[in-house]
Design a protein around this ligand. Structure first.
Ligand SMILES: NC(=O)c1ccc[n+]([C@@H]2O[C@H](COP(=O)([O-])OP(=O)(O)OC[C@H]3O[C@@H](n4cnc5c(N)ncnc54)[C@H](O)[C@@H]3O)[C@@H](O)[C@H]2O)c1
Length: 321
């Protein structure tokens, strides 16, 4: 689907002054080269997505440099750095000196103290509330991957940090990427304009195959094993109902103009993905959420091999579907 034209570019200063901008880092405009206009980026969580997010940030403007990296594990940081340096399109913008490569649980703190302007928060979600709070307090502009938390205290902390970011005029950009998709934006706009009348029900489906799990290796402590296999431990990922299904639950929140259900009843279990490499997360959930006006959101998600897959959202209105 072809989308509407992109908005006019902002100046770099306008961009970084735009709090909670509904835009990706890819909208950082082209600016003239010059010392003070250099945007220094720090990456916190140098895994698959972090490496991708850094690549996207470096593509966004010629005056961007990746200058600091932090990870819980040295091998992950070095692997990410090597990948970025192999990429001819961004390698000349990667300038992470040895003293700006930080490893361990305090890596985030050290990246924040290294003189960066923007941080990319791409660790497993358990750490996001802490990292987001620290980044806002340190006055950094932020790209934060989804999900932003794995539990209610984490969500409350993120809401407070975003409020503080607003007061400090800091940008916080979310990794909930469907909000930036032109097709979704146009569809949601039409729903908001009343295309199908009053919304009475929603469905969020995320039926897919199994996901990754890591076998424990000799010499790993319990902590290292769980950290390296984070997706499969609820305290780190929030389980896949949070970690993956959040995309379509967020589309429902968007369709409902950021109104949220007031009650929920659900069930879940672990039936096919039962090996030790899959930690203790479930492989299916079914939840019915209810809004205060009686509107229902039927949410199903499943990660099991050998089944029919379907990832989709459905909206039912008084005048159509
Ligand atoms: N928006 C999207 O479509 C999308 C796509 C993929 C991943 N993601 C999100 O990105 C996040 C990371 O996923 P991934 O696939 O890159 O995982 P990954 O395991 O490849 O990377 C996570 C990295 O964070 C590091 N890490 C863990 N704890 C840390 C800490 N306390 N401090 C610093 N580093 C730490 C790990 O060692 C690892 O290198 C997840 O929240 C995931 O949901 C979003």
């Amino acid at each position: 689907m072809k989308g509407p034209p992109m908005p006019a570019p902002l100046s770099r200063r306008e961009f970084i002054a735009t709090s909670a901008a509904a835009a990706t880092l890819a909208t950082i405009p082209v600016v003239h080269a010059g010392g003070s206009d250099l945007l220094r980026v720090g990456l916190i969580g140098c895994g698959r997505r972090g490496t991708g997010a850094a690549t996207q940030a470096l593509h966004a403007d010629r005056n961007v440099r990746l200058v600091a990296m932090g990870d819980a594990f040295e091998d992950r940081l070095e692997e990410s750095l090597a990948t970025l340096l192999r990429d001819k399109e961004v390698a000349d913008k990667v300038d992470v000196k040895k003293e700006n490569r930080f490893v361990g649980f305090d890596a985030c703190e050290k990246v924040l103290a290294s003189g960066v302007d923007v941080v990319l928060l791409t660790t497993p979600p358990h750490f996001r509330p802490l990292h987001l709070e620290a980044a806002v307090k340190a006055g950094k502009h932020i790209f934060a991957e989804k999900p932003v938390a794995v539990d209610a205290p984490g969500v409350r902390s993120v809401l407070e940090s975003c409020e503080l970011a607003r007061k400090k005029n800091l940008s916080v950009v979310s990794g909930l990427c469907l909000r930036y998709d032109w097709g979704f934006r146009e569809t949601v706009k039409r729903l908001h304009d009343g295309a199908i009348g009053k919304i009475v029900a929603l469905r969020a489906n995320d039926y897919r195959g199994s996901n990754w799990g890591k076998a424990r290796q000799k010499g790993w402590t319990d902590m290292e094993y769980q950290m390296r296999n984070w997706y499969n431990f609820t305290w780190l990922s929030g389980d896949f109902n949070v970690e993956q299904h959040v995309h379509f639950l967020d589309v429902c929140a968007w369709v409902m103009k950021d109104r949220y259900p007031t009650s929920a009843m659900g069930l879940g279990g672990r039936q096919a993905r039962t090996g030790p490499e899959f930690g203790h997360i479930y492989d299916h959930f079914s939840v019915v959420y209810e809004y205060d006006d009686g509107t229902q959101l039927i949410s199903n998600c499943r990660q099991q091999p050998g089944c029919k897959n379907n990832i989709s959202g459905h909206v039912y209105g008084a005048k159509g579907h």
